[in-house]
Design a binder for this molecule. Sequence first.
Ligand code: SAH
Length: 455
Amino acid sequence: MLQKNDCITLEITDINAEAFGIGRYEGMAVFVPSSAVGDKVRVRILKVLSTYCFGKIEEILVPSPDRIAVDCPVYAQCGGCGLRHISYESECKLKNNWVYQNLSRIGGVNPQKREIIPSPRQLEYRNKAQYPVQLAGGKLQIGFYAKHSHRVVPCMDCRLQPSLFTDILKEIHRFLCQYHIPIYDEQTHRGLVRHIYLRYGEKSDKVMLCLVINGTQLPHAGQFVTIMRRTFPQVVSIVLNVNRGQTNVILGRDNILLFGEEAITDQICGLEVSISPLAFYQVNREAAEILYGVAKEFAQLTPNDVLVDLYCGTGTIGLSMAREAKELIGVEIIPAAIENAKQNAKRNGIENAHFFCDDAAGAVQTLAQQKTKADVVVVDPPRKGCSPQALDAICQMSPSRIVYVSCDSATLARDIKWLSEKGYTLTKVQTVDLFPRTGHVETVARLDCVVPPAQ
Ligand code: SAH
């Protein structure tokens, strides 16, 4: 029986979606971070549970052929990336396998396997970052949370974000120190600045800069705006986001505009889109265009089709398809995102789109009661997937096809199982990597109605 502090030799045979390598020792699964399939490693056991345990690498005896040199100094501590130590090619294979394994194990479906579509860029692909700010030993630190912790790992030059973010962070760091702006302390719930939130419109070359604060006023706000505008002409929007809660949630509900525009613009799939601080926008624009392209191909729209886009955010998926359909109905729970969606339809001259701010399940129930007939329903829910109520209401509208875009293949598989029991069958699956070097991946699934609805 393994015990804490034991040292064992282990062969890594798998990696899970949390990017832990897995080996077996006397029937026990041993989870080892930063290991790779094919590694032979000496592992120190850190924690033993009833059927599995956790360990850390003491020495790599034989390295896996997948391994590459790590190009980030904080990789071991930071909770951002999980797969920086293996080649991008092996990362893609792993992620694709996870999705099909989940579909089979959880969903009970075994669709024809397609190759994953990789992200066009593996570096500087993210257009958004939220950096926690902390004082440690009296020193201001800006970076990312360590794995499973709220300790900040200082890092202002993460390779996943544009280098412009590094320059902006350095300037903010200087400002916060020079003007002795109070920094938020989670333990005492005192202090002001909690997070720095940056968003970049790649095509427009515009930046939104947001400070998340435990209050409603930033001391020396005038100087802050002057410095930022003078140094970075790309910064067209400076916002204070008010978050006074004792909470892990990063953003509060209220924004105070210090300078410029309330939303920044970008282009995706030929659409010009406006994005408010609180609205969701895909972090990897180029790969998202591929994702939306797959969703559009799977939707197979014809000019008489009514398309419902659930969890629509700023409307981007539906709007990228609207010209091929008779009508688009979009539903989203965040009011600012729905306002963006309406503006986005207008500014792109799309007249057959209607957007509603509501919970997906409630909105679809209303649509079903109004006897709205949907030909295609696209869903793109958060990681927790669709609620049974939402799935039930979708089925009541009896669309002939459902296109499910998912960032969590476990909940996707669960929902596919549910839909399979209601007469939908999975016909196509395509994975697209939007999050290189991390354990996340997107999947598009198409389901077809097997039993046509009674007339
Ligand atoms: N399809 C969009 C957004 C996807 S992210 C895009 O590609 O940009 C998921 C979205 O679901 C978020 O905008 C979130 O605000 C929204 N959402 C979360 N819970 C919801 C619910 N219960 N009902 C409707 N929308 C919801």
